[in-house]
Structure formats: structure tokens, C-alpha cells
Ligand binder design. Structure first.
Ligand SMILES: Cc1ncc(COP(=O)(O)O)c(C=O)c1O
Length: 486
């Protein structure tokens, strides 16, 4: 087995106290899904070490450090059974209850990079149609209920943003940033079948998943405290593997710290190590920030004028969309290897899936038209300002905090109370938590959160008993104000 969960362990719910990992059931090196389901009939927590590995002999692997972490509660016991035939009033009642819950959850949402500040109510009519863009967006195909005109409009908009001519790119609207990464890395692998994938250890898991699916050798590169790729380590690894082409994933905003990898330095590093342009492929994972950087001043440019080959972005993140979606754009010259013709759909397909959501291109087209470039610029500025404001408020209350340049992800010490984390849907990694200051995270919402956090901290850390965690190794000594570093 080449990709696996190293350890999958379960434990009973335990009143929010810390977990004793040694006492847990453990399924070493194998994941029996049936067992998971069986055990998950009761509420419990999952703790897991997950690492995706490429198919390669163990001796070639770098030391992939995996951390134990707790997954959200698995609730297999509650489900909405299909109870047919159901009355309309029952269906309405259930949906009404869920709408209430979703409204509340949307209000208290801070940790994940989605933008819930949208109004697509005028697109309600679309629900009457099964819109499907199966196959290549640039070829009409046999199925007529499609939205390719909208899709190409959106692709052209992004091509213009990232500075590639219309006849020099190929792309499509994906199901999200992960699919874009899989596609970009697949294109890189097809261009260089022998290539090695390099990506920083703070990359999104979809990059490692892509390496796993594509059975590619993947080398994790160290990061700086900011979360950026460490080009010294990149150099070391490239020099050890000079005989194989390089497929490099560059993060335009890492998931946890919003760090922007130094693209120019990475390209220079490739060249310094003897990799000429015909021996490397660069995919940019720009899930959140590749739409934001072009609207900021004095930040690194994401552009096809540099030696890059593909970029992906999520559509439901900064733009905002009720359904997951994304945009993937690659240099058209690389697509030859990947394109297949299919009789059945009377078109070609170089995408990952078969049927593709034909609604999302319309939502994105609508949003981009409505906001316009000026509207997006204004939203970007507002989010950056609000992120700075949140950082200052956290600092003022005595919390450890970091905010990278050009980022809207505010990283701070992990609150010790699970209920609080859950209430605000904070995303946590080890001792740190973060808030993505997206367009719906207004200054009023920040205020509401900060007031609650101040009150909570006064109970968590009262009388000098329990102390806030040390986060120096995560965000640097200069940003850590734990008892040791303040
Ligand atoms: C850096 C990065 N890449 C990729 C993804 C995956 O995007 P999606 O959730 O749209 O698949 C994320 C999601 O948060 C991300 O932060």
C-alpha cells in the first residue's frame, strides 16, 4: 500500500480533557473503512497521523514528520433518513430547521477561507436546469444545456488578470482549488513523466494528495517561520536530484499562515541549480490569494510573464459562491499530451472529472460582472485593513499573533476551549489557530469576537494558573508573548 493513514486511532468522548493516545485502539498502517463505520456508530473523536506518500521505495523518502491531531467529532449516529413518502410539511420543516442552523453557523464563521458575503437570489431560476459543461469548455459537444459562454468569459477574465493571451492558455472551471492542483500537477507530470514534485511542507494537503494519486515522487521542502518555502532547502534538494526534471508547486498563500512563496527566488534557485526552462514546470497553488495579489500594491506579481506553467484558484473563496468551484489555467502548449477525443460526448476532454457543474460558471460570471475589478480592489483593501485591525486587537489583549504581508490570515495562539473553537469555527493546527478575514468578516464581527475572547481569556488564564501556549516555533519568538517570551 503506497498511501495510507499511518495510524488511525479512536477514543471515547472525554469531557474535553486531553487525550491519552497510548490507550487507544490503533490500526497500524491500514485503514479499514468498514471498521471506521462500525466504530463510528457512537460519538467519538478521531486522532490521526495522516501522510500521503508517493509510490517509491522507503529508502528514497525524506523524513516526513507527521503530527497527531484531533479530527472533528464524527457523528455517524445522526442522519436524516429518507422516510418515504414524506409530506411536504415534513420536508419544509426539516429544511427550515437547517436554514436556521446554517444562518447561525454562517454568522459565527471565521476560520475557513470562504466568502459568504454574496447575494445570488436573482439566479434562482437556474435551478430549473440541469446545466452540465462536460468536456472541454472550448468545444461545444453534444449536450446542449450548457454554459460554456459564461465559462470562457470567466476564464478570459482570469487569463487577463494573470497576464496570458487568450490563444496561449487553456483552462476550465473546476470543482475547487484541490482539483486545480491535481490538474496542474498532472499537466506537469505529463510534460515531465520522470519529474519530481517539490513543494513546501506547509502546502495544502491537496498537493500531497495529487502526488499520491499520480504516484509521483514528492519532496517536501522546509519553510521559513512565515510559512514561505525555504529556497536554501529547495536548492539542496534540487542539487541532489539534478538528473530529474523538477515540477515545483509554489504557494500563493499557504493555508495556515497565508504565506506567499517567493516565486522569483524559486525560479532563480532552479536556474542556479542548472535547471533550464525546458527542465522545470511550475504550478502555482493560488487558492485564496492569486486573485488578491493583482489588486495590491508593492507585492510580488503572479503572472504568466514569469516562468510559470499553471495557476489555480478557488471560486468560492475570495469571489464567493454557494457551491465549491475554482479556475484552472495552464499554458496551452502543455495540453497536447492530455487531450482525448470521446465519441460519446462528441467533444474532447482534458479535465479531471466527467460531468462538470454548469451552474458555477454562471455564478462566477455574475459575481465578476457585478463587482468589477474596482469592486474587488475595494474588497481586498477592506479585508487587509480588517486583518490588520484584528491583529492589533489581539496584540492589545496580550495574545501571541502574526500576520504575513499581503495576507488576510491572522494567526494566533490556539484557544484552550474546544467549545469556543467550535462556536467560531476557528481552524487550528497544533498550538495555533487562525482567522481568515474574508469580506464577510466585518469590523462589527471582529468586535463581537474580540469581546468574547477577552472575556474567555480572563477565565482561562485567571490567577496565573493555566498559561497561554508558547507559539515561538510556529510564528517566531518576536510574535510570541507566552510567559517565556514576553
Ligand atoms: C493553499 C490552498 N490550496 C488549496 C486549497 C483547496 O481548495 P478547495 O477547498 O477549493 O479545494 C486550499 C483550501 O483551503 C488552500 O488553502
Amino acid at each position: 500500500m503506497v498511501g495510507f493513514l499511518d495510524t488511525l486511532v479512536f477514543l471515547e468522548q472525554d469531557n474535553n480533557e486531553s487525550q491519552d493516545v497510548d490507550n487507544l485502539v490503533s490500526f497500524e498502517k491500514d485503514w479499514d473503512k468498514n471498521k471506521v463505520m462500525l466504530l463510528s456508530n457512537q460519538p467519538h473523536h478521531l486522532i490521526s497521523n495522516i501522510s500521503y506518500r508517493a509510490a517509491k521505495p522507503k529508502s528514497e523518502e525524506r523524513d516526513y514528520k507527521t503530527k497527531s491531531f484531533e479530527l472533528a467529532q464524527v457523528v455517524r449516529a445522526t442522519c436524516l433518513e429518507i422516510d418515504e413518502p414524506s409530506s411536504d410539511s415534513y420536508l419544509k420543516d426539516v429544511l427550515g430547521k437547517y436554514t436556521k442552523k446554517w444562518l447561525e453557523r454562517t454568522h459565527h464563521h471565521l476560520g475557513y477561507p470562504i466568502n459568504s458575503n454574496f447575494d445570488y437570489s436573482v439566479l434562482g431560476e437556474l435551478n430549473r436546469f440541469s446545466i452540465n459543461n462536460v468536456g472541454d469548455p472550448f468545444i461545444e459537444g453534444g449536450y446542449g444545456v450548457q454554459s460554456r459562454d459564461f465559462e470562457i468569459g470567466v476564464l478570459d477574465w482570469f487569463a487577463d488578470l494573470w497576464e496570458i493571451k487568450k490563444d496561449e492558455y487553456w483552462g476550465y472551471i473546476t470543482n475547487g482549488g484541490s482539483e486545480g492542483n491535481l490538474h496542474g500537477i498532472l499537466v506537469g507530470r505529463e510534460v515531465f513523466p520522470e519529474g519530481i514534485l517539490y513543494t513546501s511542507k506547509e502546502s495544502h494537503y491537496s498537493v500531497f494528495k495529487a502526488a499520491f494519486i499520480l504516484r509521483m515522487k514528492c519532496i517536501q521542502i522546509e519553510t521559513l517561520t512565515s510559512g514561505e518555502i525555504d529556497c536554501n532547502d529547495l536548492k539542496k534538494q534540487l542539487l541532489q536530484n539534478k538528473d530529474k526534471p523538477a515540477i515545483l508547486n509554489i504557494n500563493i498563500g499557504t493555508t495556515v499562515k497565508g504565506a506567499i512563496d517567493n516565486l522569483d527566488l524559486a525560479i532563480q534557485t532552479l536556474r542556479d541549480c542548472g535547471f533550464s526552462r525546458d527542465r522545470f514546470y511550475i504550478h502555482c497553488d493560488g487558492a485564496l490569494s492569486s486573485i488578491m495579489l493583482p489588486f495590491q500594491d508593492q507585492v510580488p506579481r503572479v503572472t504568466f510573464k514569469k516562468s510559470i506553467d499553471s495557476i489555480s484558484v478557488s471560486g468560492h473563496k475570495f469571489v464567493g459562491c454557494p457551491m465549491p468551484c475554482g479556475i484552472q489555467i495552464a499554458r496551452i502548449e502543455h495540453m497536447k499530451e492530455l487531450t482525448n477525443d470521446h465519441d460519446y460526448i462528441a467533444t474532447r476532454d482534458a479535465t479531471i472529472t466527467g460531468s462538470r457543474n454548469g451552474h458555477t460558471p454562471i455564478f462566477l460570471w455574475f459575481a465578476l460582472n457585478r463587482k468589477g475589478k474596482q469592486g474587488i480592489r475595494t474588497e481586498v483593501k477592506q479585508c487587509l485593513d480588517n486583518a490588520e485591525h484584528l491583529k492589533e486587537r489581539l496584540k492589545a489583549m496580550g495574545a501571541s499573533v502574526m500576520l504575513n504581508k499581503a495576507s488576510i490570515i491572522v494567526v494566533f495562539e490556539r484557544p484552550p476551549e474546544k467549545e469556543f473553537i467550535k462556536r467560531w469555527q476557528l481552524s487550528c493546527t497544533g498550538n495555533i489557530a487562525h482567522i481568515c478575514v474574508m469580506p464577510h468578516v466585518t469590523s462589527d464581527k471582529i468586535n463581537e469576537f474580540v469581546i468574547e475572547l477577552i472575556e474567555k481569556r480572563s477565565t482561562w488564564y485567571k490567577d496565573g494558573g493555566k498559561q497561554p501556549p508558547c507559539v515561538a516555533s510556529d510564528i517566531g519568538k518576536e510574535n510570541c508573548v507566552c510567559p517565556l517570551h514576553k
